[in-house]
Design a protein around this ligand. Structure first.
Ligand code: MN
Ligand code: MN
Length: 317
């Protein structure tokens, strides 16, 4: 199934537009909430989480980054930086993306992955907007910030979605496993935005597994997922397909520990698109940092409506 098969029915354009905005906002808030919720237990094992929190299900801050309650990390911040660059340039432009990431690095972020730092540093030194292809760079850093591309390229031809996804990814991560996983997450979000069911999302995850068996998620339970994109997505897929709501899915994934802010962020964007913003628990929404919340809401809608390929001009909020 390709995302391009899921066209919006023009006869129900108004209802669909509202539902679409709702899911897009759900995806962006889901990303931030997953990031903030997971950050508390990042690098803990499931056992350590149980000892300290019982089941971790409230946004309380803390964690190894000693975050204020409701604060997000690089996953959300880099997404917002990418989104700003897309809105300013009106397209996914390598130099604009690299510049936005470089600007973000100048803000002295609370956290930054090694591969991300290396990519941005290379851009600053040489102007290169794509790092050399590298077998080792199969981290989850490109995938965690992919949401703006999913929103902006909604309805585009699959090849254009893939190309845009690679442009943003390759500024820091140039690796086929990362590319394949990131595009799959983008397609899952897009399918969900257009009303795709959980089963249809499973079809996309299974297509990834067929492409590369390392993504197989039907085996042992993935606990303590590392920053390796394969482990990250195996945890995300298991949690998403074993549950049937936003809260249950997010609680499942962050309690697996490991790179929990990032599994939370990726699960949050997919589940937010799938279940819509109404499904996000009020207590999480209330706890989320106000400035972040408003930036997520605004960008979600603006990116959708800036999308060149989705008849966006006809859709009013
Ligand atoms: Mn993070
Ligand atoms: Mn992380």
């Amino acid at each position: 199934m390709f995302v391009s098969d899921l066209r919006i029915d023009p006869t129900t354009a108004e209802t669909t537009a509202r539902a679409l905005d709702d899911r897009a906002i759900g995806a962006y808030l889901g990303l931030a909430i997953g990031d903030a919720l997971g950050a508390t237990v990042e690098f803990l094992t499931p056992r350590e989480i149980r000892d300290q929190y019982g089941e971790h299900r409230d946004m309380v801050g803390g964690g190894w980054l000693r975050l204020r309650k409701g604060r997000v990390t690089d996953d959300t911040e880099m997404s917002l930086a990418l989104g700003r660059s897309i809105l300013t340039a009106g397209a996914v432009v390598p130099r604009a993306v690299a510049e936005a990431f470089s600007d973000w690095m100048r803000t002295k972020p609370v956290d930054m992955g090694h591969t991300v730092r290396r990519g941005i540093s290379l851009y600053r030194r040489t102007g290169a907007t794509q790092v050399p292809e590298n077998e080792q760079d199969a981290g989850n850093g490109a995938c965690m910030r992919a949401l703006p591309v999913a929103l902006f390229t909604l309805g585009a031809e699959p090849a254009a979605v893939v190309a845009a996804s690679r442009v943003q990814a390759h500024v820091t991560h140039h690796n086929h496993l990362s590319d394949a996983g990131t595009v799959t997450v983008v397609r899952m979000v897009q399918s969900a935005l257009l009303g795709g069911t959980r089963n249809q999302l499973k079809g996309l995850a299974d297509a990834l597994v067929a492409e590369d068996g390392r993504y197989g998620y039907d085996r042992r339970r993935m606990e303590n997922p590392s920053g390796y994109i394969v482990e990250t997505l195996r945890a995300v897929f298991q949690a998403l397909f074993a549950t049937d709501g936003f809260e249950a899915a997010l609680v499942d994934v962050v309690n697996r520990g490991g790179d929990a802010d990032t599994t939370g962020a990726i699960l949050g964007m997919i589940a937010g698109a799938l279940y819509g913003r109404q499904a996000i628990p009020r207590r999480w929404l209330n706890a989320l940092d106000e400035e972040t919340k408003s930036a997520c809401r605004t960008q979600a809608v603006r990116l959708l409506h800036a999308s060149p390929s989705c008849g966006a001009a006809d859709r009013s909020p």
